[in-house]
Write a new protein. Structure first.
Lengths: 232, 94
């Protein structure tokens, strides 16, 4: 029997560019794509001035391209500490470590890390191929969003049963709940001096979540904001 | 809206939870009789009353125990099994 040679197919997995999990819902309106962190993602929609306005009213931005790393297990906290990554002391809270990486503690022994702009902890951890007992890597394929603007709580109150206002959601708290009927993780964060909400859900719901968020954002006077508005 | 208290995530709408069945302690399979094992595998206690039940908070992946009266649908307390301070009255009822 003749062997199957993948090289003859002209197919190289290393050359595949991952596409944002929300891209399917965006393709009709995208004005500008860019490859960021090896992922094709929307960086612009209607022009900078319009997007700056939307950002202040109610902006929805896809940031699925930010590198993420999940780890869990009884020794996960110690393993992260061994890699000089600061972790939150309490369950369901987050911190920003020295490597400019967001570190979320989901429950007591599970962590989700996300490199922010200029962050490097996730790449550092991904490069570590050593194995340790009671430390388990969790493959992440999230759709991730930034929700900004003065009307953001109106949007969240339409989609989530939990009160996510500043009075109820403390600044370092992580909430795992349902948003638009699907499991999601939510927190409040400040990016470049602006308070925003962050939202993560499974990537397979990315297009759905984008569509739902955008429908409401447009109703409330906002809309899609490209990644470029946060890259600088 | 019905609410349930997750021991990790706090009070949430019931729609965030999935029922996991009654919490039951398996008999020792090395020493129990066939009849005891068959009863454990096949029989369920359907009478209304105070029960210990598995519940799952799906957004966070948290399994926990809820003590619930299945007649009145009142939940008296919820806790993680690892922190279980099991109710002796419920234990003896099983």
């Amino acid at each position: 029997m003749q062997g199957f040679d993948v090289n003859k197919q002209g197919f190289d997995v290393n050359k595949i560019v991952q596409v944002s999990p929300t891209a399917h819902a965006q393709s009709a309106e995208i004005t500008q794509w860019q490859i960021v962190n090896d992922m094709k993602i929307a960086v612009g929609f209607e022009g900078a001035d319009i997007e700056k306005y939307r950002k202040k009213v109610l902006g929805v931005t896809d940031v699925s391209c930010l590198a993420r790393y999940g780890v869990k297990g009884p020794q996960a906290a110690q393993w992260l500490a061994d890699h000089e990554i600061a972790i939150p002391a309490n369950s369901n809270s987050w911190t920003m470590c020295d490597q400019k990486t967001l570190v979320m503690r989901l429950g007591s022994s599970e962590f989700l890390l996300e490199d922010q702009w200029g962050g490097g902890a996730c790449k550092q951890l991904a490069a570590d191929s050593s194995r340790q007992a009671n430390v388990y890597k969790v493959a992440r394929a999230d759709a991730a969003f930034i929700l900004s603007g003065s009307a953001v709580l109106n949007l969240l109150s339409e989609l989530c049963a939990i009160d996510l206002s500043e009075q109820s959601l403390s600044s370092k708290e992580v909430v795992m709940t349902q948003v638009a009927g699907i499991s999601a993780t939510v927190l409040r964060q400040t990016i470049a001096g602006e308070p925003v909400y962050r939202l993560w859900c499974d990537g397979t719901y990315g297009a759905y979540m984008w569509q739902v968020l955008l429908d409401i954002a447009v109703e409330l006077g906002g809309g899609a904001v490209g990644l470029a508005q946060y890259q600088n | 809206m019905k609410l349930l208290n997750c021991p990790i995530n706090g009070t949430r709408p019931l729609s965030e939870f999935i029922f996991g069945g009654e919490y039951r302690v398996a008999p020792d399979q090395d020493s129990c009789s066939d009849a005891q094992w068959a009863a454990y595998v096949h029989n369920r206690n359907g009478s209304p009353g105070d029960k210990k039940e598995w519940w799952y908070h799906s957004p966070s992946g948290t399994w926990f125990i809820a003590e619930r009266n299945t007649l009145t649908d009142k939940v008296s307390r919820t806790y993680l099994l690892s922190n279980a301070n099991l109710n002796p009255a419920l234990e003896s009822a099983q």
